[in-house]
Ligand binder design. Sequence first.
Ligand code: GLU
Length: 429
Amino acid sequence: MVRVRFAPSPTGYLHVGGARTALFNWLYARHTGGTFILRIEDTDKERSTDASIDEILASLTWLGIDWDEYYRQTDRTDAHLEAAELLMSKGLAYEHEGAWWFRVPTEGQTVVGDELLGDVSYPNDQLKDFAIRRSDGSFLYNFVVVVDDADMGITHIIRGDEHLNNTPKQILLYRGLDRPVPRFLHVPLILGEDRSRLSKRHGDTAVLEYRDRGYLPEALVNFIVRLGWSHGDDEVFSRDELTELFTLEGINKSAAVFEEAKLRWLNQQHLKRADLDRLVDLVEPHVLTRGNVSEEMWGEADLDRLKTGADLLRDRSHTLGDLGWAMEMLFPVPLVAQDEIEITDAQAELLGGLAEILPDVEPFTPDRIETAIRDGLAARGAKLKDIALACRIAVTGRKAGPGLFDILSPIGPDLVAERLLGFAEGKAG
Ligand code: GLU
């Protein structure tokens, strides 16, 4: 039975790199029907904070990563002491200046049989004895991680390759403690677009910041998993598809490159697939934060109208922020005109004419709107193409967007008429 873990040190935010480690382990557990363990490695008392633990838990929860077992390393001090005493009693560790040191063999080599990288050999004489317990009685990472992983029956350790050089020491500890050595898989690091190590400058930002920037959790999950894992040429995966398809064989040997444009594109793909009720809920704060639509206006708006509007406007939105901005056009607030157009007096008159007939269209559906507009224009000897662009800009503030009749429908007859008139008058004036 697969047992894997994510073992963050609570010394800051959960970043993209950490989230990837969590995801690979979680997906592997879910794919195999195994167990995913969350272990907070808080033995470094000076740097660990409760706020960081809260942030990590909130980030994982937002990403939809659930855990089957939860531990805090500091709750396990007795087990750590017992294991350290065992090494002392076997002569495998010794005390020096109050600290306890693990004795590394001076000959031979320790081989890390990595699932991805193959065998990586470390001459033992280069590893040197290392401390397992400080003189203040606290324990060090390489030691506690082994005691915990052994006690928790971890079968596979999947983590970033910055830990590769710790692994031979950890293997020696497993052997010293007479515990089975788990399998290791070290995932190549993530690079920024300039091919240097990913940093905050490149987008290695806190996971929850992506939420605030209007990304969907399933899009971020998709993006992060693709940083180092692939399945043919496929790009867009739902959470269920990922759990179904994820295997360790799909993890890539070469470093992944973080491309912000790809994240935006993936978010657009997931926005298109999102359930509409959920999408409307998710976009609400992004509309309200703009400060034009009040909470009251939002609350009073007809849900079907919001859903229709969101459905039409999501195609051109990369983030919930984009969608929130676009959805303002559904509310009686001044339009942020993205595009402008000059119109003739004749066109202004036609817009005014449409403003008169549209409030009588019942129900205000795309079909009925189309018929009314075409008939109204025909009666005045005009055609749709004479006025379509002006009409669109008057009502939506921009020249591109969903089908004209489609988008007029959720905006509603009164608002459409008001905007047409205001636009026509403004131009005439
Ligand atoms: N607490 C370690 C870290 O955050 C865990 C490393 C490991 O997975 O063994 O880097």
